[in-house]
Ligand binder design. Structure first.
Ligand code: MRU
Length: 349
């Protein structure tokens, strides 16, 4: 798959380069991060965002965070490592990829515990690279699988941004659109603007336009009308966490889109890498939902749009129950409904 390729997270052994997604689409600027606090801040402030990209950034953040870790023995190293890992884990609560990536780094550290600490540090940098590289392949496979659900001439609606910049490359929900373009298929996209931080308008519309994909921007409140008029034939979204029963947390507004799709008899698809599937959380009720600052709603992008002091509720995600999801698309195949039984099978070798 070829596309205009902007690597949102890149590490050169010294510096972590992060595409500052808060500046898009006006500016394409990279942050140059050299310590773990800066990485924490970049995740918290959504400079790097999207579940897989958060996981990748956290893995590299940990690599930066253990640079100064004691090297005399594994025990003192590991104590330091654990503190840094716990610190990063507190940056955002919902996307399970953050915890998945930190756990993978932890497993690798323990596997290598008999080696000198200087070498363990190098091997952990290698693990972070692997996490990034694997995500690229995973997204490519998700794109292939998702495309089997779409036909030439279709128009598909998406919510938030689950594109190349939210992952290592290609994206999850947007991957089939890049692939379709490459294969000469005509698939058009409607992008919800995605209140309050406009990931759909600022990021999805921008990303797809860069790649020459036919995208039309709508406000979130227009999705119902677009469906009623028969203007879209499917919905595809990414996700931040899939519970064991197939309930899915994704950007606030996704649940509403799923309900609308059901009401209009339109298939609602979720693209989910295995790194986003959390079998330890039984249902969507167990998924922690991040609440963010009131100013994102009352003064989004600097302009005051509400009376000062108004009470605000600002959950960043919602949970779509599994019965509204037509299929979950992973790198290992597509699941149609029987999630409780099918999800664990994905993890069998
Ligand atoms: O708050 P954000 O912008 O990190 O939320 C992102 C989403 O909800 C995405 O849809 C999800 O992380 C999937 S990205 C492949």
């Amino acid at each position: 798959m070829e596309e205009t390729y902007l690597q949102s997270v890149r590490y050169d052994g010294e510096t972590l380069y992060i595409l500052d997604q808060t500046k898009l689409p006006q500016l394409t600027e990279f942050l140059e991060l050299t310590d773990i606090e800066e990485v924490w801040d970049a995740i918290k402030q959504l400079k790097v965002r999207g579940a897989p990209a958060i996981g990748i950034a956290a893995a590299y953040g940990l690599v930066l965070g253990i640079k100064e870790a004691p090297e005399k023995d594994f025990e003192s190293f590991y104590e330091f490592f654990k503190k840094q890992s716990d610190y990063l884990a507190a940056s955002r609560p919902t996307a399970v990829n953050l915890f998945w990536a930190l756990k993978r780094m932890d497993t690798r550290a323990k596997q290598e515990s008999s080696k000198p600490v200087t070498e363990i540090k190098m091997l952990l940098a290698e693990e972070a690279h692997l996490i990034r590289q694997e995500d690229e392949n995973v997204c490519s496979s998700i794109g292939e699988n998702a495309l089997t659900l779409f036909k030439d001439g279709m128009t598909v609606l998406t919510h938030c941004n689950a594109g190349g910049i939210a992952t290592a490359r290609y994206g999850t929900a947007l991957a089939p659109f890049y692939l379709a373009k490459e294969r000469g298929m005509d698939i058009k996209v409607y992008a919800d603007e995605t209140r309050p931080l406009l990931q759909g308008a600022r990021l999805t519309a921008w990303e797809l336009m860069q790649a020459g994909i036919d995208v039309t921007l709508i406000t979130d409140s227009m999705a119902a009308m677009v469906m009623q008029k028969g203007m879209v034939q499917a919905v595809i979204v990414g996700c931040d966490r899939v519970a064991a029963n197939g309930d899915v947390a994704n950007k606030i507004g996704t649940y509403g889109v799923a309900l609308l799709a059901k009401a209009h008899n339109i298939p609602f698809y979720v693209a989910a890498p295995l790194s986003t599937i959390d079998l330890e959380t039984e249902t969507g009720e167990g998924i922690p939902i991040e609440e963010r600052a009131a100013e994102e709603i009352t003064a989004g992008f600097g302009k005051s749009t509400a009376p000062e002091g108004v009470k605000v509720f600002n959950p960043a995600f919602d949970v779509t129950p599994h019965h509204l999801i037509t299929a979950i698309i992973t790198e290992k195949g597509i699941m149609h409904g029987n999630y409780i039984e099918e999800l664990p099978r994905l993890f069998e070798n």
